[in-house]
Structures are given as structure tokens and as C-alpha cells.
Design a binder for this molecule. Structure first.
Ligand code: ZN
Length: 313
């Protein structure tokens, strides 16, 4: 199947403005492979490919989004069967997210945490290591789930985040008003219907419960510096949020006390290099140099790479 044959059109996934109403403008032209749709990688820890969709800016709500993305059923199949490569980056990010949640809970270990897009379970494992109880998550990638430690694998359910799917609706109903914390890290960009997913998932929180969400920041320095070579431009990203549009998303989804700010991440030098927009041969040569110099595992914290949203039920 060609990439074009896989596409379906959608209106702005934040405000619903129509594609052909003249209410959006081209933001970045698409860059897609000549080979078929199946050649696109939907593995979250792949090497960078530089392929991405055509992105528009919605003139009504300012969201950067792709009006033409592959159909839900095709993406579901790709995500469920994509290979997963281990990366130390997940563990570093998991510690940063757990630190944030502990600080939010006044230094106490949180309980009753639901994680949307749990991946290889790094975040849930980190919380468990700190003594947290009553944890669970959902994840679409079977390969990612298989990498989770056994005690974490058993609390992650294989569910694709489609608000229309029976399995997702059943999961929301089963966890109705039970969670103290609903977490969602680096996932919201990947969803066909981010607003509808959050509207539905909100029902899992008990009154006063928190939503904690981290996303790339399309208004941040990474995008401004690297522009068309930015790692944010990726076939897995169907929309890209800024502080403004993430806050808008949380309010439209029905959350209250919405706060949005910059989020810094700590990763190994090798991981930052993997994310960099350098040409692949140069990246590989630099990686070998770093390993020989024993610098590959050094941790660096980059400020304001992402945006964090915090809101209450
Ligand atoms: Zn819009």
C-alpha cells in the first residue's frame, strides 16, 4: 500500500476547525518515503528517520497538526507489531517523572496511579521501587510490554488508545473514579483523537485527582533551533503542542486548575546524540568516539525540552 492510500483526512483535533475552511495554513511540508506505508517505523525507540507528515497551523486554536494521517486501524496494527529497542533514555525519563510526582505529593510516595502509554513500564517500575502501591497502565505496543519486569508486566494491559474502541471504554469504566493520579508521558502527540481520549480518561480520576502530562514543546528552543530537521517532526507525531495549546487541550477536556510549564529532561550523552538531527553516518561515528572516550553514559540535563501540564479533575 502506498503512503497516500493509507491516509484519512481529519479536522483540527483540538478545536474541530475544518481543513478546507481556510482556517489553517501550511506549517511544514511532508517528507515521506517512496516505499510503501509499511516501511514507516512506529517503534518509539527507533533511530531517527526524518520522515514526517504535512503539518498545518490551525488559525482558530493555533495547534500544529497533520490533517492527513494514516487510518486508525492501520496505525493500531503497526504500533502493536512494531519492534522495540531498549534504551537507557526511558529509565532516565522515568526517574524525572517520578521525582515530579513525588514533589507534587509533598515528598510522599503516591498511590493509585494509572499510566496511559506505559511503554516498557519504566515509570511504573520506578514508582514501585519507591514503594508506590495500586499501580496500573495501558500500552499498545506488545513488544514494549514484553520488556517490562514480570511484576510490572502483569499490571499493564494491552490496549490501543482509541476513544471509540470497546477495550478502551471498558478499561475506563472498570477504573471509574478510582485513580489519584493519571499520567501520560510523550504520548499525546501520537493519538488520532487526543481530546476525546483525555475526556474519556478523565473519568478514571476520583474528585481532586491529578492529571500529569508531558509532551514535546513545539514552541520551545529545540524546534526553533533545528526547524525542518527538528526531532519533533516525526511520522509518529500527528500533532505538536505548545504551552498554549496543551493548556487549551486540558481545559477543553474538562480539567480544572490547569498549570503548564517547561520540563527539563536528563539523558545520557548517547541518548541526546540519538535524538539529534545530525546525518546518520556522522551520528554513528560520534557515538563510537563517545564510547571510546567513556563519555556515552554521562548524564546531561537539557532545560525546557518538553512541556508539562498539570490539572485536576
Ligand atoms: Zn484548531
Amino acid at each position: 500500500m502506498s503512503v497516500e492510500q493509507s491516509l484519512s483526512q481529519r479536522d483540527c483535533p483540538l478545536c474541530g476547525a475544518r481543513v478546507y475552511s481556510g482556517s489553517n495554513s501550511l506549517w511544514r511540508s511532508g517528507r515521506l518515503p517512496a516505499e510503501g506505508w509499511e516501511s514507516l517505523s512506529f517503534s518509539s525507540r527507533k533511530a531517527r528517520e526524518s520522515f514526517h507528515w504535512e503539518y498545518h497551523r490551525c488559525a482558530v486554536c493555533d495547534l500544529i497538526y497533520a490533517p492527513w494521517v494514516p487510518r486508525v486501524d492501520l496505525v493500531k496494527k503497526q504500533v502493536e507489531t512494531a519492534p522495540f529497542s531498549m534504551s537507557s533514555g526511558h529509565c532516565d525519563a522515568a526517574q524525572d517523572y517520578a521525582d515530579f510526582l513525588m514533589a507534587l505529593n509533598e515528598g510522599q510516595t503516591p498511590t493509585d496511579v494509572l499510566d496511559l502509554g506505559a511503554g516498557d513500564g519504566s515509570f511504573l517500575a520506578e514508582l514501585q521501587r519507591r514503594g508506590a502501591q495500586s499501580l496500573s497502565g495501558i500500552e499498545a505496543s506488545l513488544a514494549a510490554m514484553e520488556r517490562a519486569p514480570p511484576q510490572i508486566r502483569s499490571i499493564i494491559e494491552p490496549i490501543f488508545l482509541d476513544p471509540r474502541s470497546a477495550s478502551f471504554q471498558e478499561w475506563v469504566g472498570r477504573h471509574s473514579s478510582s485513580a489519584g493520579y493519571l499520567t501520560c508521558f510523550q504520548l499525546i502527540e501520537h493519538l488520532h483523537e487526543p481530546l476525546e481520549v483525555l475526556r474519556a480518561a478523565r473519568g478514571t480520576l476520583r474528585p481532586g485527582g491529578y492529571l500529569l502530562i508531558v509532551s514535546h514543546d513545539v514552541s520551545g528552543w529545540v524546534q526553533r533551533l533545528f526547524r525542518s530537521r527538528s526531532p519533533l517532526l516525526d511520522v509518529e507525531h500527528f500533532q505538536l503542542f505548545s504551552k498554549k495549546t496543551l493548556a487549551d487541550l486540558l481545559r477543553r477536556a474538562g480539567f480544572e486548575s490547569v498549570q503548564v510549564s517547561s520540563f527539563s529532561n536528563r539523558h545520557s550523552v548517547a541518548h541526546w546524540l540519538q535524538l539529534s538531527p545530525l546525518p546518520s553516518p556522522l551520528r554513528q561515528r560520534l557515538a563510537k568516539v563517545l564510547i571510546r572516550a567513556r563519555l556515552a553514559d554521562c548524564r546531561l540535563r537539557a532545560p525546557a525540552v518538553n512541556v508539562v501540564g498539570l490539572a485536576r479533575f
